[in-house]
Write a protein that binds this ligand. Structure first.
Ligand SMILES: Cc1cc2nc3c(=O)[nH]c(=O)nc-3n(C[C@H](O)[C@H](O)[C@H](O)COP(=O)(O)O)c2cc1C
Length: 231
């Protein structure tokens, strides 16, 4: 019997917009019967900086009892959705820092043949939503993930900004979004991820991905942040 698909929704949010998108993706995956882990990544900005933005501080308090992402969540999942606010057209450092700790999992081939998808929020429509998702996806290529775009696979994508790369919320200066149309697409992206993750789960159950992976011996262990015994 095939086990339920495992979906991890891993995100960073400073002021709450991506946090609410992440919850909607997780809800969508759950409606498809997936086991879901919803995790925000660790904050490392200084308390001083956070205290200068009341919305940032308020959001830290909002998630303080929620679980923080660990590498085990990546190892566990058949499919992962990564969420980040746009930071100068790029991935937030907090999420990137989490991804950069995955050297050992990558080296062991444990991130390959999983499904990965991404979502974002930015202040303006042309402020870098696509570039943020594409930048994030660069890491997923290295990991050997199967990258799952939103596409125009449901008509609702058009009503929610029309971004086929992944759910993208244009927040303006607000922190009380996203709007219902964007949340609906985020839920759909979660459902879509869960469906593909279920295919991966079944294939893993049949050992379909048991291949001998090349050892990336040209990389020095220290450069990956892993100990020598992993090489
Ligand atoms: C340092 C910094 C850089 C940002 N860079 C961009 C940007 O390049 N383009 C944009 O449209 N918004 C940019 N924003 C705005 C955020 O992406 C936007 O407010 C987003 O909705 C925040 O999501 P959050 O509430 O989940 O933190 C930036 C915000 C900060 C603090």
């Amino acid at each position: 019997m095939t086990r339920p698909a495992r979906v991890a929704v891993i995100y960073y949010s400073a002021t709450g917009n991506v946090h609410r998108l992440a919850h909607a993706l997780a809800e969508g995956a759950e409606t498809e019967g997936a086991d879901v882990r919803l995790r925000h990544v660790e904050e490392f900005a200084s308390e001083m900086l956070i205290s200068q933005n009341q919305y940032w501080g308020r959001h830290r308090a909002e998630v303080e009892d929620e679980p923080v992402a660990t590498l085990d969540d990546l190892d566990w999942a058949d499919g992962v959705a990564f969420g980040t606010p746009t930071r100068f057209g790029n991935v937030a450092a907090q999420l990137k820092q989490f991804m950069d700790q995955a050297g050992r999992l990558w080296q062991e081939g444990k991130l390959a043949d999983r499904v990965g998808t991404a979502f974002t929020a930015s202040m303006t429509a042309h402020g870098g939503q696509e570039s943020t998702i594409l930048s994030l996806n660069n890491t997923l290529y290295h990991w050997g993930m199967v990258i799952l775009p939103l596409g125009y696979t449901v008509s609702e994508v058009f009503a929610a900004g029309g971004n086929p790369y992944g759910t993208s919320y244009t927040s303006g200066k607000t922190v009380d979004g996203p709007d219902t149309k964007t949340l609906a697409v985020a839920r759909y992206q979660g459902q879509r991820l869960a469906r593909y993750a279920a295919v991966i789960a079944a294939a893993r159950g049949e050992d379909a991905f048991r291949v001998r992976r090349p050892r990336p011996e040209s990389f020095h262990a220290a450069a990956l942040g892993v100990s020598d015994d992993a090489t």
